[in-house]
Design a protein around this ligand. Structure first.
Ligand SMILES: O=C(O)CCC(=O)C(=O)O
Length: 308
């Protein structure tokens, strides 16, 4: 059953590994997010002693501003996320990337090489990669060398990435079906004909399988790259950004939001009715629907009620 994805989006997601939503945010939503980036940027610069033209990136961005927190259950994105990966999910990571234009003297390294003067100067030249494929992170469970489907990210474009070389995200369509070893054997040099540079306006969003090979191009434009990624994975995996989110944040959240923040729906019986002899974590097996609010929402309310 699909609650939000069109047939074409399903095909694109399956075939290419991503779907593009060109005009995702309203202008009010975008303005709020851009103000949040400014506010958080001021805080980060102060804390880290950075100048106004220095790049920075932060993780667990949801804890830094309500505008970022509100992205995790965005009423037009969450149904698509559920269609993509199901309801048994939580947030793995939320990241914000702020990348001002390169200084004119700064030489960009080769695309997706993970190297170069720009990389050394802190403008991360992200090497071509699928997420979760480092040797030490995730190799053994694969049967044939390909990555199982473990997570999706919503990529949010907050600044103008319409022009080439503005710090655009690059993808290799269909590469979620290829083996990470292939990329290693290619010494991380992707055939330019296989790659696409996502040229997107401010306010666009992309829902993507993170097994899709990707990297980030240099910012040779005169505008700062401002983007966010919100990553969702299964509740029985461990998040990157937190062991536990702030209890106050959880306490003030809706049941669906609590689930997405990695918390159990109730404090009662987190290990079931017989915790001593037959423990059964709510992250795995659930005694009743209320333990997984997003499941209850999908089964009972969606798609008529997208008021989360
Ligand atoms: O900054 C970006 O857009 C890409 C970050 C990245 O490589 C990732 O999300 O794995």
């Amino acid at each position: 059953m699909s609650i939000a994805m069109t047939e074409k989006q399903k095909r694109d997601f399956e075939t290419n590994g991503f779907i593009i939503l060109e005009h995702f945010f309203t202008s009010d939503e975008l303005d709020r997010l851009l103000s949040a980036v400014d506010e958080v940027g001021t805080k980060v610069r102060r804390a880290k002693g950075l100048g106004p033209d220095d790049p920075f990136a932060i993780r667990n961005a949801l804890a830094h501003h309500d505008a970022f927190l509100d992205l995790i259950d965005h009423p037009r994105m969450l149904p698509l996320v559920v269609d993509a990966i199901g309801w048994n999910i939580q947030i793995r990571t939320t990241h914000l990337d702020y990348r001002p234009p390169y200084p004119s003297h700064l030489q960009a390294g080769d695309l997706g090489s993970g190297k170069g003067a720009d990389h050394q100067a802190g403008y991360r030249n992200v090497v071509w990669h699928p997420d979760l494929a480092d040797d030490h992170l995730f190799e053994a469970p694969s049967l044939d060398g390909r990555l199982p489907f473990m997570e999706v990210k919503a990529f949010y474009v907050l600044s103008d990435l319409n022009e080439s070389n503005s710090g655009n995200l690059w993808m290799v369509p269909g590469s979620h079906k290829r083996k990470p070893q292939e990329l290693r054997d290619m010494n991380y040099k992707v055939d330019p004909g296989d790659a696409v540079e996502l040229k997107l306006p401010p306010g666009a969003a992309v829902l993507w399988r993170t097994a899709t090979w990707h990297c980030v191009g240099p910012n040779l434009s005169d505008k700062t790259r401002k983007i966010m990624h919100v990553g969702y994975h299964y509740r029985w995996l461990r998040p990157t950004d937190y062991v536990q989110q702030d209890p106050d944040l959880i306490a003030g959240s809706s049941p669906i939001r609590r689930q997405l923040l990695g918390a159990l729906a109730t404090d009662n019986n987190p290990l079931g009715d017989d915790p001593e002899f037959h423990p059964s974590s709510q992250h795995w097996l659930t005694q009743n629907q209320d333990d997984i609010p997003l499941m209850a929402w999908v089964k009972e309310d969606a798609p008529s009620n997208i008021n989360l």
